[in-house]
Design a protein around this ligand. Structure first.
Ligand code: BES
Ligand code: ZN
Ligand code: ZN
Length: 503
């Protein structure tokens, strides 16, 4: 779907469907009055004169369809109480509006953007509307013979203020770079594991970089290179796979980089499927494990958006790709494997595989000498127990960096909460016969013990934050701009913000 910006009323006037917003009416029951400002004043007074407008309160998510003075269809949308209506409310209202309209037969749809300006910023409101429309219009329908495509090919966004043209266009362009990247990440996560295996995944990323990210350097490591790098933990996860492991290493350097340019590195868990290995998952728990590469898709989505939006920082992005399969060559529980950093790890449970891939990738990432490091992973089922499916967990070795990320999350209206790493949980990850073991006490602080394990692979004083996206990675049915099932694309916006607007 395309979004067309219109700074004169030309397209809005001709649209089959006009969309306008009202706040909730204020005042005592008897003299409750219309709250809002529409660009077309004739349309507004026509609406106020309608009997049906009396029964429309403007509460959040309320819709009223009426016929305009020219016989056109107009949809009035309730934005809720003026004081409460903020960015996230706007995203949700626009998403609900999109879904209400997408099933109808309108060929041309236009939105009076400024009537939705609850954030009191013309560029911001246009940005938020575009963001929500593109996130809401996303469908993973490539395997469906009959696709539910809306009758309209584009939506016109009418911004009744020619003076703000430049700032609005700039904000919208940036927002579309982000949503395109969120949707790219969603496609990767939704793709079937027989199609998106490690080898195909690496090729898909390489092709996207070549096509869309000019100047980004790509280095892909296969089995032989990983052996040379002594990444035995990573290789142990791949040992049962029919496909080769891939480590995709991307580097972006801004044009004006100096030796003082901040360097941020990201690492993503890219398990294209997690059977659990010999510690096999039961069928019900295995279903959906194609999404176990969502961490890598998230960091790639953020990297992509940050590059398209000309981030001022140097960014390294490392994606660790393999599946976790069962075969005669798969790693057996009780195996002891030497990590890239020299520590010996007793692998007691082959289903705790993500931390093994991340461990070697984090050590490799630290060698790139970043100032800051982030990893993202669908790492633990325990994260869902601790924080539900709505909140992303953050843990790490630097509270300032963690708080900075939490601030970016808050700004983007994404939930992120810190869990601690305590000495007792570090001890819990120590093995009696090797330096570390890959599981802690069953049923106890699983998200944090996993992070305590990862901490052993951070070196060179790098400030590190680990994001467990096991909960937020998919099925965000409570968010109308996310598909109710499948990849959510959440956290891409937060990370993009950190990669472009950090300090
Ligand atoms: N990919 C899973 C984590 C996961 C589970 C994400 C369910 C989303 C939903 C991970 O590899 C895993 O299996 N972790 C184990 C760790 C345990 C064996 C210590 C888990 O969470 O059960
Ligand atoms: Zn697992
Ligand atoms: Zn996993």
């Amino acid at each position: 779907m395309k979004i067309e910006l219109d700074f004169s009323s030309e397209h809005f006037d001709k649209a089959d469907l006009k969309v306008v917003a009202c706040y909730e009416k204020e005042g005592k029951e008897k003299d409750k009055t219309f709250q809002g400002s529409w660009s077309n004043k004739d349309l507004m007074s026509h609406f106020k004169g309608l009997r049906s407008s009396n029964s429309f309160s403007g509460s959040s998510g309320e819709f009223l369809t009426f016929t305009g003075p020219e016989g056109e269809t107009v949809l009035a949308v309730g934005l809720g109480n003026k004081k409460d209506a903020k960015a996230e409310q706007l995203r949700k209202t626009i998403a609900k509006t999109y879904h209400a309209v997408a099933g109808k037969k309108f060929k041309t749809v236009a939105i009076d953007a400024l009537s939705f300006n609850c954030v009191n910023d013309k560029a911001k409101v246009a940005e938020l509307i575009c963001e929500s429309l593109q996130l809401s219009a996303y469908r993973f329908d490539k395997y469906l013979a009959s696709k539910k495509t809306p009758a309209f090919k584009k939506i016109c966004l009418f911004v009744d203020d020619k003076k703000s043209k430049k700032s609005v266009e700039k904000a919208v362009e940036k927002a579309l770079n982000v949503t395109e990247s969120v949707n790219f990440a969603r496609d990767l996560v939704n793709e079937a594991p027989n199609v998106l295996h490690s080898e195909g995944y690496a090729k898909t990323i390489e092709a996207d970089v070549k096509k869309n990210l000019k100047g980004v350097k790509v280095k892909t490591l296969g089995k032989a290179e990983l052996k040379k790098e002594k990444m035995n933990l990573f290789l142990s996860v791949n040992a049962g796979s029919a496909y080769g492991p891939r480590l995709v290493h991307l580097t972006y350097t801004p044009k004006k980089a100096t030796k003082n340019t901040k360097h941020i590195a990201m690492v993503g868990k890219g398990l294209t499927f997690d059977t659990g290995g010999y510690s096999l998952k039961p069928g019900g728990a295995m279903m959906g494990m194609k999404f176990d590469m969502a961490g890598s898709a998230t960091v790639y989505g953020a990297f992509r958006a940050a590059v398209l939006n000309n981030s001022p920082y140097k960014i390294t992005c490392i994606l660790g790709m393999t599946d976790n399969a069962v075969s005669s060559t798969a790693t057996m529980p009780d195996s002891i494997v030497k990590a890239r950093n020299g520590l010996n790890v007793e692998i007691l449970n082959t289903d705790a595989e993500g931390r093994l891939v991340l461990a070697d990738c984090l050590d490799y990432a630290c060698d790139q000498k970043p100032d800051y490091l982030i990893d993202a992973a669908t790492l633990t089922g325990a994260c869902l127990v601790a924080l539900g499916s709505q909140v992303c967990a953050v843990l790490g070795n630097d509270d300032k960096w963690i708080n900075q990320l939490r601030t970016h999350a808050k700004k983007q209206d994404e939930y992120m909460w810190q869990l601690p790493i305590i000495p007792e949980w570090r001890d819990d990850m120590k093995s009696q016969i090797a330096d570390l073991k890959n599981i802690g006490t069953a049923g106890r602080a699983g998200t944090a013990t996993a992070a305590a394990f990862l901490e052993n692979f951070i070196k060179n004083d790098v400030k590190w934050a680990h994001l467990d996206i096991a909960g937020v990675g998919d099925s965000q049915a409570h968010l109308p701009y996310c598909p109710s099932k499948g990849a959510s694309g959440l956290i891409v916006r937060t990370l993009h913000d950190a990669l472009t607007n950090g300090k």
